[in-house]
Ligand binder design. Structure first.
Ligand code: COA
Length: 168
């Protein structure tokens, strides 16, 4: 019997309901899902990698009661392809929201295939209601005191509030 291991990588600064939608649906495609929380990212995250991973873990635990043993949340540094090899994963999963995501995602998938052609990238289209969500806008809204309750969990919303409160 095959054990299909997939990696859903991201910065997750912070995890949103859009990411959770992709995580839930990824479990239809893979047997084991590793959520890789990237240390090396071109973004400048507000939360450190361990807190980002903890927030993902808590949201996943709240969402997937009977499937949670199929999901692991692991911070990683260095190349994504090396992380995938280390964990014997043959699939990289990415979410696609809009045409604007396509060029960046296409380029990243091609680069990763060039590095290791045995690892495939699979795209899941974002579900209705999550197309507009982005971590960047969530942070912008939270910074300005807006309500992000429809875009992130209550736990994440509280962490954002505390972060921006301390910044003021
Ligand atoms: N619904 C809603 N929002 C979504 C979404 C969905 N289904 N899917 C993605 N997003 C949003 C995220 O909120 C995020 O928004 P932001 O840009 O405003 O922050 C954005 O789309 C994508 O972020 P994320 O999913 O966290 O991924 P990323 O693009 O930050 O991650 C890595 C990139 C970590 C995968 C990449 O940098 C990497 O592989 N790093 C390791 C080093 C490496 O191997 N580099 C070579 C790569 S070729």
């Amino acid at each position: 019997m095959t054990n299909r291991i997939g990696i859903y990588p991201g910065t997750f600064d912070p995890i949103t309901t859009g990411h959770l939608d992709i995580i839930r649906r990824s479990l239809r495609v893979v047997d084991q899902l590793i959520i890789g929380v990237a240390l090396d990212t071109t973004k400048h995250p507000i939360f450190d990698v361990n807190l980002r991973a903890d927030l993902v873990r808590q949201d996943v635990a709240d969402m997937l009661l009977e499937d949670s043993e199929r999901v692991a949340v692991i911070p990683f540094s260095g190349l994504l392809i090396n992380f995938a090899r280390e964990h014997n994963a043959k699939l990289l999963i990415r979410g696609l929201r809009a045409v604007s995501d396509y060029e960046y995602e296409f380029q990243m998938a091609c680069m990763n295939t060039t590095l290791d052609s045995s690892i495939e990238t699979v795209f899941l289209t974002a579900s209705e209601g999550t197309h507009f969500i982005s971590s960047r806008f969530v942070k912008q809204i939270a910074r300005l005191g807006g309500d992000v309750g429809k875009m992130v969990s209550l736990n994440v919303a509280r962490h954002l509030e505390a972060y921006f409160e301390a910044e003021r």
